[in-house]
Design a protein around this ligand. Sequence first.
Ligand code: HEC
Length: 161
Amino acid sequence: MNKFLAALCALFIIVSGILWVKVNTLEVVIAEMNQPDLYEAMTMMQTIVHKLNYAIESENSDLIDFYVHELEEITEDIVDADLYYHGEPVGELTDSMLEPVIDELEDALDSSDWNRVRDRNQAIIQACNNCHVATGYDSIIITGQSESNPFNQDFSTPGRQ
Ligand code: HEC
């Protein structure tokens, strides 16, 4: 009977060991899945910044506010994940270089001073490019917008000419 118990204990220890390894592997996979994909986040920011420019050109406060919040959400995801990319502290850099200028655009929008809004928008684009230089991607140069709206979207404020 004692032998039987000892064998049962041994089996139990082996099974818990296997389970522990499996749970650990799963935890690593989930952590990786929760990390934002940097390229995806960047191309998403590029689209938002692009549309933001048309909304600013049209002085459409509600739409600008919408894009600023979307931009904030993506940058917060990058900062919260404390993302590293090829050894570059992308999370920390986003926190120190990009987030402050997004906040400044938000303040400018609250003041309804359109020159300040346009100026802070340029500062955001500058921050994007400064970080590309800082991380060794100086070949990625972001600009405001092209001459004519390439989106199948009207950026003007509804009901305002
Ligand atoms: C923390 C530094 C940092 C900031 C801030 C940053 N980027 Fe990037 N960006 C990178 C890095 C690093 C890559 C390369 C990522 C990769 O290889 O997937 C990149 C890649 C890109 C790409 C991909 C290039 C391509 O041609 O598709 C785009 C687009 C881009 N960024 C746009 C932006 C925009 C727009 C902003 C500002 C709103 C911005 N980035 C802010 C570091 C940054």
